[in-house]
Design a protein around this ligand. Structure first.
Ligand code: NAD
Length: 446
């Protein structure tokens, strides 16, 4: 089938490349000219494992092309448009900023309307961007200004991929959610996804776009709740002399609870959980049906990040003035270059405000981190970062940190304190370490 994907960010580029991989002919469109120029030249504008090879293979096969012009998709007889543009938090009220979505659908509708005289087939608008309940009704109104209602259909098909595992998640999803009041639109989307569904994913058809829109927000808010819950429990475990890993093992053995997403860390971040929880809270207030638990999760997450600064200060003796802290990992999680709402953006400035000098290292996100925190010095590897440091803080669970030999890491450091906010250092390395190791949710000084 012929498909156009609007927006070539983390979701659009991965979706476009994966749709091409399962045999569709995909036009990826973005207004960002540099991105498209890079993609045409075979360079990836983002870091995502496996993406470069996937894009190259499908470009070579002639199934994946990149453009800055909607008209190119219209000229190629495309009538299915996946909207994958950003929906960042609005600076005004924390709700989702839908400007990019509305601009994109207006643009498509305008171009498609001109073409309609010669090609009367229905245009299908598929919203993959995360948008608040009710947005697709607004999309319908915008498109309706250009195309009569018989000439188009609207559907919601939220995306659940995770950065760092995006291709695997797209190709082997737990579910594919499709919401539309148009049976024809639902059938078209089922056809598009058939190769993925046949490989094992359940297609979850929901009758309304509103239901599909809500599924996405509820999923993210629930995951954010799990993270914040276990982060608070980790802090309690630490104070009470318990071990969070053993607590989670004991609790998670209950099949009703499970262990997934109960790993403590420095706070959730990234391009989705922070903005989606905020947007859901705003939607709930608008519908006069407040979600007080989600409101508490947002507050708990913010507080947790600040508590991590206090934890670091306490671990190195109560004063940060003049101390050199090496922060290992700046991205919001491993295997991504994404710095959006990374906990590092609160914790690092928090340390600096208390007088510390921070040096950072991240295997992939360093450049993006430097743009947002121009004052921190970046080092080329963990050993350079730890050199002359009073303490090392592990903020991201990059695989290369799991195997760290702490004695070797701290060989040329000034102090011998390691604060592991992801609990990734191996037990063996911790036990043989001659300095002070502080995990999260572990008894102090272990
Ligand atoms: P992104 O910022 O990486 O990419 C968005 C892209 O859209 C940019 O390249 C931008 O140039 C382009 N764009 C903006 N306006 C445009 C227009 N009018 N026409 C064409 N292109 C336009 O965003 P993302 O992380 O890919 O997220 C996209 C959506 O998917 C968001 O709603 C997000 O909440 C949702 N989502 C993201 C993830 C994730 O892990 N990143 C996962 C699931 C869902």
């Amino acid at each position: 089938m012929k498909i156009c994907v609007i927006g070539t960010g983390y979701v659009g580029l991965v979706s476009g490349a994966c749709f091409a991989e399962i045999g569709h002919h995909v036009t990826c469109m973005d207004i960002h000219e540099d991105k498209i120029a890079k993609l045409r030249a075979g360079q990836m504008p983002i870091y995502e494992p496996g993406l470069e090879a996937l894009v190259a293979r499908n470009q070579d096969a002639g199934r994946l092309i990149f453009t800055t012009q909607i008209q190119d998709a219209i000229d190629a007889d495309v009538s299915i448009f996946f909207i994958c543009v950003g929906t960042p938090a609005s600076a005004l009220d924390g709700g989702a900023n839908l400007d990019y979505v509305f601009a994109a659908v207006g643009d498509i509708a305008r171009h498609a309307a001109i073409q309609r005289q010669s090609r009367p087939e229905q245009i299908l608008f598929v919203t993959k961007s995360t948008v608040p309940v009710g947005t697709n009704s607004e999309i319908e109104q915008i498109v309706g200004r250009y195309i009569p209602s018989s000439g188009f259909a609207i559907s919601s098909n939220p995306e659940f991929l995770r950065e760092g595992a995006a291709i695997k998640d797209f190709m082997n999803p737990d579910r594919i959610v499709i919401g539309s009041s148009s049976p024809q639109a639902r059938r078209t989307l089922e056809d598009i996804y058939r190769p993925i569904a046949e490989a094992g994913a359940a297609v979850h058809l929901v009758s309304s776009v509103q239901t599909a829109e809500l599924v996405k927000y509820v999923a993210n808010a629930f995951l954010a709740t799990k993270i914040s819950f276990i982060n608070e429990v980790a802090r309690l475990a630490e104070e009470a002399g318990a071990d969070i890993d053993e607590v989670v093992a004991g609790v998670g053995a209950d099949a009703r609870i499970g262990r997934d997403f109960l790993t403590p860390g420095p706070g959730y971040g990234g391009s989705c959980f922070p903005k989606d929880t905020q947007a859901l809270v705003k939607t709930a207030i608008e519908y006069n049906s407040p979600l007080t638990i989600v409101e508490a999760v947002i507050a708990a997450n913010h507080r947790h990040k600040l508590m991590m600064v206090s934890k670091i200060r306490k671990a190195i003796g109560g004063r940060l003035e003049g101390k050199r802290i090496a922060v290992l990992g700046l991205a919001f999680k491993a295997n991504t270059d994404d710095m959006r709402d990374s906990p590092a953006l609160v914790i690092v400035p928090g340390l600096v405000r208390l007088g510390a000098q921070v040096v950072g290292y991240d295997p992939i996100a360093g450049e993006n981190a430097q743009l947002l925190m121009p004052d921190i010095r970046l080092e080329a590897n963990v050993f350079e970062a730890a050199k002359d440091a009073d303490a090392v803080v592990i903020l991201t669970e990059w695989p290369e940190f799991h195997g760290l030999d702490l004695n070797r890491l701290m060989e040329n450091s000034r102090g011998r304190t390691v604060i592991d906010l992801r609990n990734v250092v191996s037990k063996q390395s911790v036990e043989s370490f001659t300095g002070a190791y502080f995990g999260l949710g572990k008894t102090h000084g272990q």
